[in-house]
Structure formats: structure tokens, C-alpha cells
Design a protein around this ligand. Structure first.
Ligand SMILES: [Zn+2]
Ligand SMILES: [Zn+2]
Ligand SMILES: [Zn+2]
Length: 330
């Protein structure tokens, strides 16, 4: 697999010829359960809970990004390409197979959120990585990979497309108004009180004004902070409220549909601030971390795609060959 940049949208895609999927994995034993004999390589573990650990990060068994080496970004005529260097981890939300973010205790969900914050902070120390994404795909239409309650983490040498749009928009808004666009949205939503789902502690769940999918929901902090990990590690006590709001919001969403995408948006790696391009100079003031939940409604499932990074498991070189060889009439 390699990364290629679309010169028009300037977004990176991960592409190459993947090993064909042999169908849903039928695992005799779950490798993510607490007592699994086939546990993947451990990265980090949170203590507490009833067992020896409460949440843990492991290396993804079939990673899209690999940790070794340099990205070796290079030109290919007018195009840009680089190796798929990065980190790809599975965040095990709970040692128990049946405890999900909507039916676990607030304390357990809090431990998972603190693990996520610690992993982001840790990976941002690596100057190769520009961004750390945390996401959860639940349900077969969402691309769920494992039965066990898990989220995933990727650390990438580029900023994913959707986040890049938000960063640029936040920066532009700030340059005109000297205010954070997310704080402004939040204060208007609170004032209008038409799309607020629930408030809890420092956090608010709301349905955005211009949703991308039906029932799209955001969870956002009332307190301005660009980086989720700095927020969580700096105010650990308040994450219990976030855990409760996340649990309750997912319970609501699941009345509509069991399938959803969830993504955490935080600020990019500050080690990578490009002075020459003037990127992210005002990042601490113009960006504001949040969680997005994108439910999948069965009949609409194919009418949109949500991907932080487009993933194309057939290389264009292979695709063009197949298209040429295809038997067509006239
Ligand atoms: Zn399990
Ligand atoms: Zn803000
Ligand atoms: Zn976002």
C-alpha cells in the first residue's frame, strides 16, 4: 500500500492491491478478550476495573500503516506519493466482549477515553506524524472489523481530508473574526436551543445545522480547547461526564440504527507546524476538539461514503488493466 495525493483536492488516499478478503473472520477465540491466548502485541494498558486492565491499545493485526521507516515523500511527475508509514492500533474499549460504549459503566468508558488521550499525546511526540485519528466503525455497513468492542487509532504523515477542511475553515473564520467558529456555533445553538440533544457537565450533544447524514450528532465541550488529549489529561475529572454523554447519545442513536461511524477530531501535531506556509499559527485559538457520530440508515447506506481517508483496495494500474480486458459490446 502507498499514499498518493490527489493534486486537485490536495487530499491523500491510501491505495494499492490488497489481499482479497476471505470473508468475515470466523474466530474460534476472540483475540481481544481479557483472557485471550492469541492477544496481539500490546502497546499500552490502563489499570483498574474488575480485571487486570480496563482498556488497552494493541497493534492492529493487519495494519494499513507501518511504524518503521521514513515516509520518503517524492514527486511522480506532477503527483506526490509516499510510503504508508504511520501507526495503526486497535483500542480495546473493555476487557469484556459484551460491554460496549452504550452499555458499559461510565467509569469504564472514561478509562477508554483516557487511553485514547494518552495514545494521542504519545504518538504526537513522533515528529513524523502530522495527525492522530481515533474512530470507531460499528456494524457491517460501517466496516466493523472485529466483534469485540474496539475503536481504532491511526497516526499518519498527513492530515486527513475532513480534518484539513475543518482546520482551514477554523483558521479563516478566526482570521476574520478573532473567534473560534466552534465556540460561536455552540453559543448560537445553546441560545436557539433547537438542535441541542443534551448537556452534561462541560459537554453538549447537538445535531449540526447542516448534517451530512440523518441523525448526525456532535459532542463538543463548552470550554474552548483545540486538543482533546490536552483537555482530557488536564481535566481528568470532567471526562466522566463526557463518558456519560457519549453512552447516552449512542443509546439514542441505536434506537434509530445500530450502525454508525464515530470519529474524534483533535488538533494536528504541533511539532509539524510549518512556519513557511503559516499553517496552524492560531491553532490553539481557532480549532476546537469534538466527537462526530454518523449513523448509518440502512436504505441510505450506499448513498454516501464517510471516510477520513479514502481507501481503495485496487490500484489504478490494476483497475485500468481490468477495464481494458473487460468484454464489452461494441
Ligand atoms: Zn472479545
Ligand atoms: Zn472554541
Ligand atoms: Zn469534525
Amino acid at each position: 500500500m502507498e499514499l498518493r495525493k490527489d493534486p486537485i483536492t490536495r487530499s491523500w488516499v491510501i491505495t494499492g492491491d490488497d489481499v482479497p478478503d476471505s470473508g468475515p473472520r470466523a474466530e474460534a477465540v476472540c483475540r481481544f478478550c481479557a483472557d485471550s491466548p492469541a492477544a496481539p502485541q500490546l502497546v499500552s494498558s490502563m489499570a483498574g476495573g474488575e480485571g487486570p486492565w480496563s482498556a488497552r491499545a494493541v497493534v492492529h493485526p493487519t495494519p494499513l500503516y507501518r511504524i518503521e521507516g521514513e515516509p520518503s515523500r517524492r514527486a511522480d511527475g506532477l503527483y506526490d506519493r509516499m510510503r504508508s508509514v504511520g501507526a495503526h492500533e486497535v483500542l480495546i474499549e473493555n476487557p469484556r466482549h459484551d460491554r460496549n460504549l452504550w452499555n458499559a459503566s461510565d467509569g469504564e468508558i472514561e478509562q477508554f477515553l483516557m487511553l485514547a488521550a494518552q495514545r494521542i499525546q504519545d504518538l504526537k511526540r513522533d515528529a513524523r506524524f502530522k495527525y492522530v485519528s481515533i474512530f470507531k466503525n460499528h456494524g457491517s455497513s460501517a466496516g466493523q472489523e472485529f466483534e469485540h468492542p474496539t475503536a481504532q487509532l491511526t497516526a499518519t504523515t498527513f492530515v486527513p481530508r475532513r480534518v484539513l477542511y475543518e482546520l482551514r475553515a477554523g483558521r479563516d473564520y478566526f482570521s476574520q473574526k478573532e473567534r473560534c467558529v466552534f465556540c460561536d456555533i455552540l453559543s448560537q445553538e445553546v441560545q436557539q436551543n433547537q438542535r441541542i440533544l443534551e448537556a452534561r457537565g462541560d459537554f453538549i450533544a447537538l445535531c449540526p445545522y447542516a448534517p451530512r447524514v440523518p441523525y448526525e450528532t456532535w459532542i463538543i465541550s463548552r470550554l474552548h480547547e483545540a486538543a482533546f488529549e490536552r483537555f482530557a489529561l488536564g481535566r481528568p475529572g470532567s471526562i466522566r461526564d463526557l463518558a456519560a454523554l457519549l453512552r447516552r447519545t449512542l443509546q439514542r442513536v441505536r434506537i434509530i440504527t445500530e450502525e454508525f461511524h464515530l470519529v474524534l477530531h483533535t488538533s494536528p501535531n504541533r511539532l509539524h507546524r510549518s512556519e513557511s506556509l503559516g499553517y496552524w499559527k492560531t491553532i490553539d485559538e481557532d480549532y476546537h476538539w469534538h466527537i462526530e457520530i454518523l449513523p448509518i440508515i440502512a436504505s441510505k447506506a450506499k448513498s454516501y461514503t464517510f471516510k477520513e481517508v479514502y481507501y481503495s483496495p485496487v490500484a489504478s494500474e490494476t483497475a485500468v488493466k481490468r477495464l481494458r480486458e473487460a468484454q464489452i459490446d461494441g
